[in-house]
Write a protein of this length. Structure first.
Length: 104
């Protein structure tokens, strides 16, 4: 299963982190507010281990405050990318979607 966020094909959406791998990547936190409508991007981030980052994320309370429907996560695994490429892509996607969580 995949979802397009920006011009990238993310794995997901997943309602838990069980299927998320402990690999480098970007993650998007999504709010599915209306059936048939696209999800709202609540947060975008990056990590060298996306599963651990999502499981222990410090902004979970922000996500809960913003969600109006069903929350999920999607992951873009970035094996083979440099850390800088991952950070630059995170920055670009944050500029495009202006997520309400995780001000930078």
């Amino acid at each position: 299963m995949s979802i397009t966020i920006g011009n990238y094909s993310f794995d997901g959406p997943h309602e838990s982190t069980d299927p998320v791998q402990s690999l480098p990547g970007l993650y998007a936190i999504l709010d599915h507010r209306q059936v048939g409508a696209g999800p709202v991007v609540l947060d975008i981030g990056e990590s060298g281990d996306v599963r651990s980052r999502l499981d222990g994320h410090d902004r979970k309370d922000q996500w809960r405050q913003q969600v109006r429907g069903r929350v999920s996560c999607a992951v873009l695994y970035t094996q083979g990318w440099t850390d800088q490429q991952r950070r630059d892509t995170e920055s670009h996607l944050r500029q495009v979607f202006c997520p309400p969580c995780g001000d930078r």
